[in-house]
Design a protein around this ligand. Structure first.
Ligand SMILES: [Ca+2]
Length: 445
């Protein structure tokens, strides 16, 4: 399908544009107090004896948003005036007191924005069903059993919708994979860091780890999506893709982006950290940054050190080069074989989606066009963007992990079993190929 003329509005690709502050980004101390919420991100080296509590009690106003002794790193969100002191070499020792810690970097907290180069009128870029959107077949509680079972219970789908869903499932080998791995993701938790989730969606009932989810926008324990912005439904759609492939997995929903698809980088970092401590095995990031952030990389590295797999959409500008954190793949910190996986989008014919990023360090691809998935208020949608390619990989990882396989094994095999690239134009820059869940499952059963 030629997507060149399609607006790209429902891409989950959020740009964590490292915002330039009004004063030009210089963390100068001023007489006026920092505006509410104006913070800097401070990345620290921490010695083995340093505790999170010690950091908060020592650094005025600090919130610890990443903390990991394995990597020996922490990230603080601190008021601008405190950050300015920390950024000064001669004051850092004083600010950190006698702690065995040192400042590695200070940066502005990014203002995360969805790539908004597309018209608002695109209405989320979703193709919704014309009629019956608020109805849902009663008793349909499982995505397992293949596309026919799932789609067959939704009586407002028409034949072409059924065909598109079936083609997707068959292309990825999902029915075969679920037959081979009847655990269907049982015992595996996937964190979605996104716009939240519709906790009341019929297809999501019993599939959300509500006890361990969190809303960093509302600062509460209920990450319900709120319908007040142009990216409403993004997180719900992402979760639906994961659960189609691993329906018994649990979704840990972290609401870190506002309904318009934007949010603070500090929220994403805090969500990565929280997911890491709450038992997530996979973290899905259908968002990204065009700026290489030490703080973000620090949080991702800490997650990887725990054996957590981090899946990142590649971006939707259609140009060469993927977004961060995936863009850091191939560096010393994130080898291409690491558990960080950058995912581009292809058509069902395995050609690069026109909107998809491509790069030598792209890990792999998955279909990301008109993917049938969940949408708030008991609806389904067809969603497009690399945002919806990444969660297919996350779901496949969860499915494979539920066999008892190790994270390292699954991360390697999801790429090793990918279908060969069939796009000669971009072939060297589409990674290992396209996700093949059936072939991945064959590897374990
Ligand atoms: Ca809330």
């Amino acid at each position: 399908m030629n997507k060149r003329t399609r607006p790209l509005s429902f891409m989950s690709l959020a740009v964590l544009a490292m915002a330039i502050t009004a004063c030009g980004g210089t963390p100068a101390v001023t007489a006026t107090p920092a505006a509410q919420g104006e913070t800097k991100l401070v990345t620290l080296r921490i010695g083995p004896g340093v505790t999170s509590a010690a950091l908060t009690s020592t650094v005025t106003g600090a919130q610890v948003i990443a903390f990991d002794h394995t990597t020996g790193r922490a990230v603080l969100s601190v008021p601008v005036d405190t950050a300015s002191k920390l950024s000064s070499a001669n004051l850092s020792a004083q600010a950190l007191g006698s702690l065995d810690a040192g400042v590695l970097g200070v940066e502005a907290d990014g203002v995360m924005k969805v790539l908004a180069d597309d018209p608002e009128a695109d209405a989320l870029g979703l193709t919704t069903w014309a009629g019956g959107l608020t109805t849902w077949a009663g008793g349909l509680t499982t995505w397992a059993g293949g596309a026919l079972t799932w789609a067959g219970g939704v009586n407002f789908l028409n034949s072409s919708d059924l065909a598109s869903a079936g083609a997707y499932w068959n292309k990825l080998g999902i029915p075969w994979a679920q037959k081979l791995i009847p655990e269907l993701g049982t015992g595996v938790t996937v964190a979605t860091i996104d716009t939240g989730i519709d906790l009341n969606h019929p297809l999501l009932q019993g599939r959300i780890d509500t006890a361990n989810s969190w809303d960093f926008i509302g600062n509460d324990a209920v990450p319900q999506e709120e319908n007040s912005g142009g990216k409403y439904g993004h997180g719900t759609a992402v979760a639906g893709v994961i659960l189609q492939i691993a329906p018994n997995a649990k979704i840990q929903a972290y609401r870190a982006l506002k309904p318009d698809g934007s949010g603070a980088m500090s929220n994403v970092i805090a969500a990565i950290t929280k997911a890491s401590t709450n038992g997530a095995r996979v973290i899905n990031l259908s968002l990204g940054s065009t700026t290489n952030s030490l703080a973000l990389n620090t949080a991702v590295a800490a997650a990887l050190a725990k054996g957590i797999l981090v899946v990142n959409s590649s971006g939707n500008a259609g140009t060469e080069g993927v977004v961060y954190p995936g863009a850091a793949l191939g560096t010393l910190q994130f080898p291409l074989t690491s558990g960080l996986i950058s995912v581009g989008s292809v058509t069902l014919d395995l050609k690069k989606s026109s909107f998809s990023q491509y790069a030598k360090n792209l890990s792999m691809t998955a279909p990301g066009e008109l993917i049938l998935t969940t949408f708030p208020d008991a609806r389904l949608v067809k969603a497009s963007g690399t945002s919806f390619a990444a969660p297919a990989v996350s779901g496949a990882l969860a499915l494979a992990l539920s066999t008892g396989a190790t994270s390292a094994s699954v991360a390697a095999n999801v790429k090793a079993t990918a279908s060969a690239n069939l796009d000669p134009t971009f072939n060297p820059e589409l990674g290992a190929g396209t996700l093949n869940v059936g072939a991945l499952a064959d590897n374990y059963r």
